[in-house]
Ligand binder design. Structure first.
Ligand code: MSP
Length: 509
């Protein structure tokens, strides 16, 4: 039986349309899912939309729609963007679906039955955009400490979750599992937060109605974060504990942005502890994208729309850029110039050119038919070893979610390929009939190394990998067996490759 692997993205609010921030998390999850599938795992990759809460209700009112009409419309935009970006998710959950609502009610009820949810009264400062309550001391000039927007004082009857009860258990869990919260700086941040003391958490609202009713008291709706976080198990069929739930839970990794770390590493694990369910194995928080040096915002009208990027530059260029440009975990800046630069230098010059030149040479010197390699020289050996070492390096980097380092390791082999051609100078070998065997070896090494490169690239750039592999092996499917030296069979016909990435003119600003 294949080992199971479960990866999730956050579920996206439907009051906003998708932008590169959303695309980023989803792309990272997709690369991980594709890579694990390639390595033989049975992958469940979940994404979806967060459709309840005051924020969505307000946006729907402003648009003159019901919240569900708004959700139906916006979730389609997410789904069509995921198709366009070649996202290979297994499931797409919407929090308005029956399967989800049922699971949330059951979880809430179970925690209540245990005595860890109780009825009380709440008075505090509420930030609607963040759906978060703050104490007065946490506010900065009466504004939300997270987003700097105005807060309002709210008093309401509320159900509370006894989060304080789980403080020690949570801390012990974080300390015993150094990989649970990543990167490390984020882990330290959460440890300090928990050590400051956990308060009981308000987990219901009465001031609006767009949500899941609290079981047994429908004056209240379940707090949107209790509702939303539960998606990670309702998508697996919870409360039914067999089937997918048994197979995939606990989750291998929740990929999220740094702004929603506390919800995933404090709220979510303590809810699960109260319900007696296992805790996710890992939560990884990535950084935020700014645009040309500025925070992305509707008011600045600088929101980068991924559909437009894909139409302009192609899906794989966008996939490559977002994961290559910035180390996963750090903040980064998006600019068209940086993207064009990556396309021209890494994709057109390095990757595309190597395939193009090497297949052209095979055509010219051997009529496009791969020959049996002869004796291995020192130069060949170094190139082969570098290629084989890359397979392990990429595996390690992907396990650490260091996507940009994984790509860097692949590009080092691509550069080594271009250098190998310059050093072996096939055009000189071709002039000497005595050097036919040497020329055959050089051709074989050049193309075989690239076959492995494209097999690994299938996780990052599926279309490009398909083109590369169909050119080299006549089948566009990457497989784990392909991750070993010697896959190319002598006698294979390999036609000259088309240019994979045409250069883009860099316009002076
Ligand atoms: N609905 C909640 C998540 C619930 S998960 C149980 C939510 N949704 S969101 O649509 O506002 O944000 C989703 C993700 O997009 C977050 O991980 C957030 O970090 C990410 N990003 C939003 N803007 C971003 C950037 N500018 N850059 C990178 N990621 C950003 O929060």
């Amino acid at each position: 039986m294949k080992p199971a692997f479960y990866v999730t993205t956050p579920i996206y609010y439907v009051n906003d349309v998708p932008h590169i921030g959303h695309a980023y998390t989803t792309l990272a999850a997709d690369v991980l899912a594709r890579y694990k599938r390639l390595k033989g795992f049975d992958v469940f990759f979940l994404t979806g939309t967060d459709e309840h809460g005051q924020k969505v209700e307000k946006a729907a009112n402003a648009a003159g729609e019901t919240p569900l009409e708004l959700a139906d419309r916006v979730m389609k935009r997410f789904q069509s963007l995921w198709e366009k970006l070649e996202i290979s998710n297994t499931d797409f959950i919407r929090t308005t679906q029956e399967r989800h609502k049922k699971g949330v009610s059951v979880l809430f009820e179970r925690v209540m039955e245990k005595g860890d949810i109780y009825l009380g009264e709440y008075e505090d400062w509420y930030c609607t955009p963040c759906e978060t309550f703050w104490t007065e001391t946490q506010l900065i000039d009466y504004k939300c400490p997270d987003c700097n927007r105005p807060t309002e004082k709210l008093k309401e009857e509320s159900y509370f979750f006894r989060m304080s009860k789980y403080q020690d258990q949570l801390l012990a869990h974080i300390e015993a599992n150094p990989d649970f919260i990543q990167p490390k700086s984020r882990r330290n941040e959460i440890i300090s937060f928990v050590k400051e003391g956990l308060r009981d958490l308000s987990v219901s609202r009465t001031t609006f109605s767009w949500g899941i009713p609290v079981p047994g008291n429908d004056k209240h709706v379940v707090y949107v974060w209790f509702d939303a976080l539960t998606n990670y198990i309702t998508a697996l069929g919870y409360p039914q504990e067999g089937g997918d739930f048994e197979k995939y839970w606990p989750c291998d990794v929740h990929l999220i942005g740094k702004d929603i770390l506390r919800f995933h590493t404090v709220y979510w694990p303590t809810f699960l502890m109260a319900a007696g369910l296992p805790i996710p194995k890992k939560v990884f928080a990535h950084g935020w994208w700014t645009v040309e040096g500025q925070k992305m915002s509707k008011s600045l009208q600088n929101v980068v729309e991924p559909n437009m990027l894909v139409d302009k530059y192609g899906v794989d260029a966008v996939r490559y850029f977002l994961l290559r440009e910035v180390p996963f975990g750090l903040d980064g800046d998006f600019s068209h110039q940086a993207l064009i630069h990556r396309i021209n230098s890494d994709l057109a010059n390095d990757l595309g050119n190597l395939l193009n030149r090497s297949t052209a040479m095979l055509g010219k010197y051997f009529g496009g038919v791969l020959q049996t390699p002869g004796e291995e020289s020192e130069l060949d050996k170094a190139y082969r070893e570098k290629t084989v070492a890359m397979i392990e390096q990429v595996d390690g980097f992907i396990d650490e979610l260091a996507f940009s380092r994984a790509l860097q390791a692949i590009w080092e082999v691509i550069s080594a390929g271009n250098k190998y051609i310059d050093e072996t100078a096939p055009w000189t070998l071709a002039k000497d009939p005595e050097k036919r065997e040497r020329l055959s070896t050089v051709m074989y090494y050049m193309l075989e190394s690239q076959r492995i490169v494209y097999t690994l690239l299938s996780a990052f750039m599926p279309k490009t990998a398909q083109k590369g592999l169909s050119c080299l092996v006549g089948s566009d499917e990457a497989s784990a067996e392909g991750l070993a030296w010697g896959g190319l069979k002598p006698g294979t016909a390999i036609a000259k490759a088309e240019a994979l990435f045409p250069r883009i003119e860099e316009k002076a600003e």
